[in-house]
Ligand binder design. Sequence first.
Ligand code: ZN
Length: 203
Amino acid sequence: MKIICIGRNYSEHAKELNNEIPDKPVVFLKPNTALLKDNKPFYYPEWSKDIHYETELVLKVSKQGKYIDEKFAARYFEEVSVGIDFTARDLQSQQKAKGLPWEIAKAFDNSAVVGTFHQLTSLQKAENINFSLLLNGEKVQDGFHQDMMFSFEKIIAYVSQFFTLQVGDLIYTGTPAGVGPVKIGDKLEAFLEQHSVFSFEVK
Ligand code: ZN
């Protein structure tokens, strides 16, 4: 499986990082070694001093496809969860300043946290899913997927031009505003509507 991530998909978050509002989705990949699940702890890496959480809705691809038309894109996913796209903001800033790729800042081991998946049809408001992150019990991010600039369907149509989507691939759909740093000892818990989907500690 592969992990496809979308950057700058919420205008308020793009603004908080002084990024331009993109006219096409910003896409990057993480390898399967980036996956962190089952509430396992996140070990703070020694080569960064500024790891940030980015809380995102995560789609699980349910059907193989390439060049998927936007109007059929909803047939390619059935389940959603919340994840964290951990980002070494210090390394990312260095890479961006030099115009270099982001992988070392974004795709490192355990940088893709994912929670328990839920069927989209089981959600109360599948047309505008609410998701949130609690840092040590305090809500720090709160998003609604209708605030995304590129919808689930637009993302699938766009990325499937370049990458064949395969069953089990995960798509991280971008973070709303409110990203921030974590430190050792922090506890992170995410909610998809009223469902707690993960809870783990930074060690
Ligand atoms: Zn992200």
